[in-house]
Design a protein around this ligand. Structure first.
Ligand code: ZN
Ligand code: ZN
Length: 171
């Protein structure tokens, strides 16, 4: 969400505008009281963040729509769901699992998939046929172990990747 600003013509300064009535001056961002502690999949540590971007409201509009718990009443459910997801992801990371964090096409029908671990140094990248990747993704699989098959590990070690050659069936 972007914030709107209006210019005070007397001072020439740009000020935050109220999301509800457009007034400028005396407008504050009304931070969400529902917080989510993120998992550490994409960051070094877990971070606690307000669930929604804070709406900017002037005093009178805040008096009408507030207090924060009322203004953000609809956020409670979403925040709880996101927290449950983050905790589940964190539990997997803490248990030593590596989880899909990104995937990109590299060359003809090949996908490079990066698995994040709790420690960045332990991240692993695999290259695999697109069909194999799609199949696992459709199954909702996301751990490195889920992407292993035939009891073998398919990765090239530090700084390199090895193309996985799936079984005929998987290709
Ligand atoms: Zn207002
Ligand atoms: Zn909120």
């Amino acid at each position: 969400m972007g914030y709107s600003y209006g210019q005070n013509y007397r001072t020439g300064r740009w000020l935050l505008a109220c999301d509800a009535c457009g007034t400028i001056g005396g407008v504050r961002k009304r931070t969400c009281p529902y917080k989510v502690r993120t998992d550490s999949l994409r960051s070094k540590t877990r971070i606690t963040l307000p669930w929604c971007p804070a709406p900017a409201l002037c005093g009178p509009c805040y008096a009408k729509h507030g207090p924060a718990k009322v203004l953000h009443a609809d956020c409670a459910k979403g925040a709880a769901a996101d927290q449950a997801r983050a905790d589940a992801t964190q539990a997997l990371l803490d248990a030593g699992h590596k989880l899909v964090v990104s995937a990109s096409m590299v060359g003809e029908g090949q996908v490079e998939v990066t698995f994040a671990a709790n420690h960045y140094a332990d991240h692993e990248t695999l290259t695999m046929p697109e069909a194999l990747y799609d199949k696992r993704r459709e199954l909702g699989l996301k751990t490195l172990a889920d992407y292993e098959f035939d009891g073998q590990r398919f990765y090239g070690g530090e700084g390199s990747t090895t193309t996985i050659v799936g079984t005929e069936e998987e290709r």
